[in-house]
Design a protein around this ligand. Structure first.
Ligand SMILES: Cc1cc2nc3c(=O)[nH]c(=O)nc-3n(C[C@H](O)[C@H](O)[C@H](O)COP(=O)(O)O)c2cc1C
Length: 415
């Protein structure tokens, strides 16, 4: 019989005292502030066999209600395409007996969403066979929501800054501002239908698409805006505006995609791989995807400025080989009824007003020239902003411009 020395007995007793008993483990799970579920990997569909009180509190489900069910019910009723990637990642990690740590949006019993960081890990028996899985959920809803709010604020701040910048384009290049305004009206329609992840980038790309125009000769801009045919030489100069814009923007951090999109706004559609996701361009190749959307908006607006009817404009674009991403164009065509509303002239009335009565949002009919006739102060189609109105007032008081201007005013209802 082996005799243990006093010292050895002591060590062995201490080891058994320090290892956790079943009841210790149960307490650890019971008081754990994270939601914990354990599933039975030896049974078909890996059902839950244990859920701790924190899980009950977090989800609103009682343990008895969830035992026997696979944890996927926590995914709620989200559209399958939205969660397909997440599900396959989890499925793969579980099948490969790996531990996976991931951020998930789960749903409580009352249907409300919450965000969790989940660690899912296999538990093995003494032979190494996986017999259980444990899932530990830490509630990170507050963190995720405040991050989303910050991101939202950040996006709005950038778009706001860019809009302010382009408003100042009105001073140096009134025609550029008219074109930008038209493009933005179109974008507002399209954004409702193309829920892009990076919509702030598209908004900025539209606001800044014509930012290079002050570098182009005024007469060329005027001809372009009124859809007059440009000579080859004029056309070549006009086509430089995206390059000027890209040069202006290239030093702004985060604007890489935007400046590339603007630079390539006239490019033909030649690389098909980025349209695989259809019109919901998911940001994998943002510069190209943005450039393609921009091209559709710019060219459609060009045709409309030339008074080509909407249906005909769309058909002409569809017939133009290799110019447009076909899937984006098809999605754009679906917006036709909304495009019709956009051009609804019945919602505008024309007026001649005193400069003193000018209001933001009114649109100028005919160029407002300085009395000296050498400077266009406001261009046909330009939308009045508070800064432009202040400028008009000042010029009017100095006697530089006529006291009355012709404007279009939007009415709330059809006459
Ligand atoms: C222990 C454990 C906990 C899990 N917890 C969650 C969870 O909180 N939320 C979730 O969406 N999926 C969770 N899953 C993943 C799903 O149960 C399922 O494995 C996943 O949806 C992929 O498989 P499926 O495509 O068959 O649904 C958990 C899985 C295990 C094994």
């Amino acid at each position: 019989m082996d005799m243990l020395s006093d010292n050895e007995t002591d060590v062995s007793r201490k080891a058994s005292e320090t290892s956790l008993s079943q009841s210790d483990l149960e307490q650890v799970l019971r008081i754990n502030p994270c939601g914990v579920v354990v599933t039975d990997a030896t049974v078909d569909d890996n059902p839950i066999i244990y859920a701790n009180p924190a899980f009950e509190q977090l989800t609103g489900y009682q343990a008895a209600e969830v035992i026997g069910h696979n944890p996927r019910f926590l995914q709620g009723h989200q559209p399958q395409e939205r969660i397909a990637v997440m599900r396959s990642t989890l499925r793969q990690a579980i099948a490969q007996e790996q531990t996976c740590l991931t951020l998930l949006e789960n749903f409580r019993k009352d249907g409300s969403p919450y965000w969790v960081e989940v660690a899912i890990a296999p538990i093995t028996d003494e032979t190494g066979k996986v017999i259980r899985h444990v899932g530990i959920q830490s509630d990170v809803t507050d963190l995720v929501e405040s991050k989303q709010q910050l991101q939202n604020l950040y996006d709005k701040t950038i778009v706001g800054c860019v809009k302010t910048l382009t408003d100042s384009l009105a001073m140096t290049c009134p025609i550029g501002q008219v074109l930008t305004h038209r493009l933005y009206q179109l974008l507002k329609v399209t954004l409702n239908h193309w829920p892009l992840k990076q919509s702030w980038e598209l908004r900025c790309a539209v606001f800044l698409a014509y930012i290079g125009c002050p570098a182009i000769n005024d007469q060329i801009m005027k001809k372009y805006a009124s859809s007059e045919e440009l000579t080859d030489e004029e056309f070549a100069e006009f086509r430089q505006h995206p390059a000027h814009a890209a040069k202006l923007l290239h030093h702004i951090p985060q604007f890489g995609n935007i400046s590339q999109a603007i630079l390539h706004q006239h490019d033909d559609y030649t690389i098909p791989q980025c349209s695989d996701d259809g019109p919901q361009v998911n940001g994998e190749q943002p510069p190209l995807a943005l450039a393609r959307i921009l091209r559709i908006l710019v060219d459609f607006d060009g045709l409309r400025r030339g008074e080509v009817p909407i249906a005909q404009a769309l058909t002409l674009m569809e017939q133009a080989d290799h110019s447009y991403d076909p899937q984006l164009l098809a999605a754009f065509r679906k917006m036709q009824p909304l495009l019709n509303n956009l051009s609804d002239e019945q919602l505008w009335v024309e007026k001649t007003i005193q400069v003193a009565d000018a209001l933001p949002g009114m649109i100028v009919i005919g160029d407002v020239m300085c009395n000296s006739r050498d400077v266009v102060l406001l261009a046909q189609g330009q939308k009045l902003t508070p800064v432009l109105i202040a400028r008009l007032h000042r010029r009017c008081m100095q006697g530089d411009i006529p006291k009355k201007i012709h404007v279009k005013v939007k009415t709330l209802s059809r006459p």
